[in-house]
Structures are given as C-alpha cells and as structure tokens.
Write a protein that binds this ligand. Structure first.
Ligand code: ZN
Length: 281
C-alpha cells in the first residue's frame, strides 16, 4: 500500500524505457492529486494484434470511456495515465468478485496482443518485470503477490486476460511466480550479480587451491632439501630436545666446524629414537 502523488515514478525497467509522450485524454480517467494504491491489475487489450503505441495514441485522441495506466507489448511500454490518477480499467456493471479492488486503489497494466488476440511470452515477460517494479514501488513483496496482484478476471467476471481467465490458470500462476522470482532476486541480488559473484568465488577457490598446492610443494622441498646444522631457532621446535639429548650423549657430533648436517628425515629419526630412550644418560 502506498500513497501515490508522483504520476510517473518509474522511468525504466529491465532495460525498457517507459514512454510518456502520448498520455491519455483527461476524458478517460479520474484525476486526483494523490491516492492510496494497494493492487496491481493485469489485463489484455483483446484486440487481434496491436502495440503499446497504437493504444497510447487511441486513448490520447479522445473520450473512450476506458483507460489503463500502462500498455505493454513485446518491445515497448507506454504509460497512458499518471499513477496518481485512477484509470477506468477494472470497473464494470456486474457485481464485483473482489471485495476491495477498484479503479481508485489499483494500477492497471494492459498487455497487447501479438496475433489472434493472444498475448505473447515476450509481452508477458516484459509485463512481469513492469509488475515487479510496481510491486516494489507500492510495497508488495514476493510473499504478498498472490493477494495484491490480480487479473481483471479476479476483480469482476470479465474474461480478461482471456488466455488466463479460468480459476486454476497455469499461465496466470506462472506469471505470478515470475513476478515473485524477480522480486526475490532483487531483494537480494540480481541474477547477473549472483552469477558474477559465483564466478568470482569459483575463481578465488581455484586460486586458493593453487596456493595450497604450492604450499604443499614448498613443505616437500623443505623436507627433502633442508639441512639443519645447528640446534637453534632454525630447527623445528619439536626436534630440538631430541637433538640436544643425542648431542649430549655423543650419538651425533658435528663436523670440524660443528655443523650437524641433519636432514628433515634425520630429525624425525632422532626424535623417534629419543622417544625410545636411546639417548637417556
Ligand atoms: Zn481487463
């Protein structure tokens, strides 16, 4: 729910600019300085084949006794009625099916048809992104899409959009799931950001694995080539008491310069022997 006093708060969604160059004639809607909006209602134009621009022009040019806030086709989106104004879109002469949703508290999106009065997947996809953008604007979350995003069919008994106008329409469910998925992604990361991050993490994991491998090789080099000449800080601390005991009892002696010349393997052997008591005095 949001109090709307900005007529054109959304300029762009999913790479599509919202065209506001061809607004509806004021004869086609109720004018308000602000209004409280809770619902988004999805329609189809019902024409055989049309475009957002066709519709924007049609409603621009005169009194039509109806209107919508947005017209969406496969490539373009035209906003026809400012969001603070109430389009004449969900009203009807029959009894309302929905207890609350009316023109005054809803935003209507009309999907254009791509032939045989069918709304194409491309247009449906674009509409899902526009719908998600509007959800974010008026405070509908992924968890409340099922309550606040409606078909004209849900508001009163009009077969609109015709291809979704049944109680358990799979197409309508898929549309709402798409809107929820967009909202969930954008509440956290966009799909693109997620993929970028995943790639970065994988790259870093590979680098860490390489470093571990290099470290292993270094340890190996130390263990096979390092020579310990003196019982000092260069010698591993675990070996020093054993080496000292071996020196004390004369088991190991250095060369003429006092260099012990012990390898890593020698250190381990001396420690083993020390534990076995060989260097006890
Ligand atoms: Zn409708």
């Amino acid at each position: 729910m949001r109090t709307i006093n900005d007529g054109f708060p959304i300029k762009q969604f999913n790479g599509i600019d919202i065209n506001t160059s061809t607004l509806s004639s004021p004869a086609n809607y109720y004018t308000y300085s602000s209004r409280v909006v809770k619902f988004i209602v999805i329609h189809y134009t019902g024409n055989k084949k049309d475009t957002a621009k066709n519709n924007a022009t049609f409603f621009h040019n005169g009194a039509r006794d109806s209107s919508a806030n947005y017209f969406m086709d496969e490539a373009e989106c035209y906003q026809s009625v400012a969001l603070n104004n109430a389009a004449w879109a969900v009203g009807g002469t029959k009894v309302y099916k929905h207890a609350e949703c009316r023109n005054i508290n809803s935003i209507s999106i009309e999907m254009c048809c791509s032939g045989n009065s069918i709304v194409s997947e491309k247009t449906i996809n674009n509409t899902a992104y526009l719908c998600a953008e509007l959800c974010k604007y008026i405070g509908i979350t992924a968890d409340t899409v099922d309550i606040f995003v409606l078909r004209h069919y849900d508001v009163w008994d009009k077969q609109c959009p015709a291809q979704w106008a049944t109680e358990n329409s799979a197409g309508w469910t898929t549309f709402k799931e798409k809107v929820k998925a967009i909202l969930r992604n954008e509440e956290g990361l966009t799909m693109e950001q997620y993929n970028e991050l995943k790639e970065l993490i994988n790259k870093q994991a590979a680098e860490i694995a390489d470093l571990k491998n290099i470290n292993k090789q270094l340890v190996n080099v130390v263990q096979t080539t390092m020579v310990y000449d003196f019982n000092d800080d260069n010698m591993p601390s675990w070996a020093r008491p054993a080496v000292q005991a071996a020196m004390d009892c004369g088991a190991i002696q250095g060369d003429e310069d006092g260099c012990l010349g012990l390898s890593y393997k020698d250190l381990r052997a001396i420690v083993r022997e020390y534990r076995c008591g060989l260097y006890n005095k």
